[in-house]
Design a binder for this molecule. Structure first.
Ligand code: F3S
Length: 416
């Protein structure tokens, strides 16, 4: 399909607005052709995953620096996803020196491009942008896309590294997928017939990701008082095990008020149930080992924001951990938690706030033995650690999944 461009877009493609915009526009036009998009659309904001060294590797860093040299700037408000390390405590967390140097170069480059240094997979609660309902945006990162599409009703595909930078520097994205009304309707109904604890949302998300594949689920049976925090875990888990980028929970999520509306008034093509049996079986599948000793506990994937940090402080107050435990958050929340005394309570327990960092980089990079075990309260980690991460380093990493209380108990006892 020939991609229709506006006068300004044609000028960018011809290099009349500089080399960086030309390269960005070339990438976006090629992407639009691949997606069968008839045109590009203006976007209101962008969220970059190019920042994550483990995704974009050295080429991402070189591209960002090249864009800086060419005088490129983000032309729409643009936030930055997690870094692969804590910029302040990298030495304490044993990040390798050469890796640290590359991370600081990436920081310098992205900030020179004018991106907002949120360094978080929850940028909308870390000084970043909160999109509005119906707005077209180009956001990356598997946990942010389901959240902003579903809870807020903004419109984004799961944009990848490099395409994110091209969108940030031109203010455009290919018009396809979840930008179109007809692609946002549900096409599978999931009836939840069992009560879910907060931790179960990870398990449910992990199951949903596999069941729906690339469909849009409409989900019933979720209580109206479900916390956004639990839906964040749900979306991140579903986006890890599958390609979940949008779901509808009529009465809870933004777009549709009833199940009928969510299916566009059409016949429901497929129904599945998530009951006690599914919950039990999926929970068993979340861990690669049934329990035992662990070398590291990770809480906060996606990043804990104030609600999660306060909750954690209330649960850990007065207790001490025996296992190295990282609590992942973003800088804005860490600063507020410090002002409130919440950070002190968490650190007094022996847990360490690991700020701006993604959950899987310390597992890969921070000097743990070849074969070791991580306990995490995130469905996303329960999926990535035994699959992706194990392929990226020598040896084997096992994972034990548990909710926040289970992680706290295990960290204090030294075993699960
Ligand atoms: Fe965030 Fe990294 Fe988890 S980007 S959602 S902490 S895998």
């Amino acid at each position: 399909m020939v991609v229709q461009l506006t006068k300004e877009e044609k000028e960018m493609l011809a290099g009349e607005h500089g080399d960086a915009k030309r390269m960005s526009m070339e990438l976006l036009v090629k992407a639009a052709e691949a997606y069968n998009a008839e045109r590009l659309i203006p976007i209101a904001s962008c969220h970059l995953v190019l920042s994550f060294q483990k995704t974009a590797l050295k080429a991402g860093l070189e591209t960002a620096e090249r864009f800086v040299k060419l005088g490129a700037k983000c032309v729409v408000p643009t936030s930055i996803d997690t870094s692969s390390m804590d910029f302040e405590r990298w030495e304490e967390f044993r990040f390798p020196r050469d890796f640290m140097e590359d991370q600081f170069r990436m920081k310098k480059a992205l900030e020179a491009l004018g991106a907002i240094p949120t360094w978080s997979c929850v940028p909308y609660e870390g000084g970043g942008i909160v999109p509005r309902f119906g707005q077209h945006i180009a956001w990356t990162e598997s946990s942010t896309a389901p959240y902003v599409n579903s809870l807020i009703g903004a419109r984004t595909n799961r944009v990848g590294a490099y395409e994110d930078l091209a969108s940030a520097t031109t203010g455009r994205t290919p018009y396809y997928g979840l930008h179109l009304d007809e692609n946002r309707l549900g096409n599978i109904l999931i009836e939840v017939t069992t009560p879910l604890t907060p931790g179960d949302y990870n398990v449910f998300g992990s199951w949903v990701g596999e069941v729906v594949e690339n469909k849009i689920p409409v989900i019933t049976g979720i209580p109206e008082d479900v916390r956004p925090l639990d839906l964040r875990y749900f979306g991140a888990s579903g986006a890890a095990t599958g390609s979940l980028a949008l779901y509808h929970m009529p009465g809870i999520t933004a777009e549709f008020r009833t199940v009928e509306e969510a299916f566009g008034g059409k016949k429901i093509p497929q129904r599945v149930q998530f009951g006690p049996e599914e919950l039990k079986r999926r929970t068993e599948k979340m861990s690669s080992v049934p329990g035992g000793k662990m070398d590291l506990v990770v809480i906060g994937c996606p990043h804990l924001t104030m609600e999660g940090l306060i909750d954690l402080a209330n649960r850990i107050k007065g207790r001490k951990v025996k296992v190295e435990t990282y609590v992942l958050t973003n800088k804005v929340c860490k600063d507020m938690a410090t002002e409130m005394g919440v950070a002190q309570i968490i650190e007094d327990s022996g847990m360490k706030l690991n700020t701006g960092c993604c959950a899987w980089s310390p597992v890969e990079l921070c000097g743990f033995p070849e074969h070791f075990t991580v306990m995490a309260n995130a469905g996303k980690q329960a999926w990535y650690i035994p699959s992706l991460l194990t392929q990226m380093r020598p040896g084997k990493v096992d994972v034990i999944y548990g909710d926040v209380d289970a992680c706290i108990d295990a960290a204090c006892k030294g075993e699960a």
